[in-house]
Design a protein around this ligand. Structure first.
Ligand SMILES: NC(=O)c1ccc[n+]([C@@H]2O[C@H](COP(=O)([O-])OP(=O)(O)OC[C@H]3O[C@@H](n4cnc5c(N)ncnc54)[C@H](OP(=O)(O)O)[C@@H]3O)[C@@H](O)[C@H]2O)c1
Length: 258
């Protein structure tokens, strides 16, 4: 009998309790990985994600940690260590998916420093320092996948999205440089760029037939993207077939704004 592609691997998915992160966590678990589901505040969703994984025959644990600065990253890493030890797992990871993110909208003219710092704290500072802290224990041949957005390559909704898009541009650039850092140990690093995807974050964009129509108008493929559409791309990059792909930005947007 053939083994699953991620058999014996351990993956961490930040923001894995809801939305795209949950779909990624469930998919990696289905492919055989033990998945650590990080969450910020919504413990019920994280619990339901780990229960869904267990019900499907997989293995997952939820670890709380609201990530936005170095201190919060260090608190989370300590909690991660404790959870891995309690689960009799080594303090080692094979796959890191930096998925957690927030969208802090606002007019450019009045955008505040506090909003900017929140936008960049969660979307850039936290993945930067989490990756710095976890890289030494990422296994040789491991994988890092950063969840970016198509807004880093095309100026959609410029009136509200400027700072969020800049944070995703920063993550894409970090991907390129981390790929160089990880290469000596065979660690691949890639960005996945979802388009509008039906989650809580995009609720306002997919709430009505009219707004859904507006989203589809931007895309070649005429349906609304779902979290599983993104999870499949992450699974490819995290799995054996993705081993020759590094430093890339993979679009998962149904052909948005081509
Ligand atoms: N949905 C889209 O249209 C879309 C498009 C392009 C890119 N993206 C990107 O895809 C990723 C996931 O987005 P989503 O649509 O799934 O969003 P979502 O439905 O709002 O879920 C966000 C997830 O991130 C977690 N999170 C938020 N802030 C956090 C923090 N400070 N520390 C740790 N976890 C935190 C949340 O935890 P709790 O559950 O505890 O709150 C939740 O699990 C984000 O990076 C987003 O920018 C989304």
């Amino acid at each position: 009998m053939s083994s699953l592609p991620l058999q014996d691997k351990v993956a961490l998915v930040t923001g894995g309790g809801r939305g795209i992160g949950r779909a990624i966590a469930q998919r990696l678990a289905r492919d055989g990985a033990t998945v650590v589901v990080n969450y910020a505040r919504d413990a019920a969703s994280a619990r339901s994600a780990t229960e869904a994984i267990a019900a499907a025959g997989g293995r997952a644990l939820a670890v709380a940690g609201e990530l936005h600065d170095v201190a919060s990253v260090d608190r989370f890493v300590a909690a991660l260590d404790a959870a891995l030890a309690e689960a009799n797992l080594p303090a080692r990871l094979d796959i890191l998916v930096n998925n957690a993110g927030v969208f802090v909208p606002g007019d450019f003219a009045s955008y505040s420093e506090a909003d900017f710092d929140r936008q960049f704290g969660v979307n850039v500072k936290a993945p930067f320092f989490l990756t710095q802290r976890l890289l030494p224990r990422l296994a040789d041949g491991g994988r890092i996948v950063n969840v970016s957005s198509i807004v880093s390559r095309t100026a959609v909704m410029p009136e509200a999205v400027h700072a969020y898009a800049a944070s995703k541009g920063a993550i894409d650039t970090l991907t390129l440089y981390l790929a160089g850092i990880g290469a000596a140990r065979g660690i691949t690093v890639n960005s996945v760029r979802p388009g509008v995807t039906e989650t809580d974050m995009a609720a306002g964009l997919v709430a009505t037939d009219e707004s859904r129509g507006g989203v589809k108008q931007m895309q070649l493929l005429q349906r609304i993207g779902q979290p599983d559409d993104i999870a499949g791309v992450v699974a490819f990059l995290a799995g054996p077939d993705g081993g020759w792909t590094t430093g890339q930005y993979i679009d998962a947007s149904g052909g948005t704004k081509l």
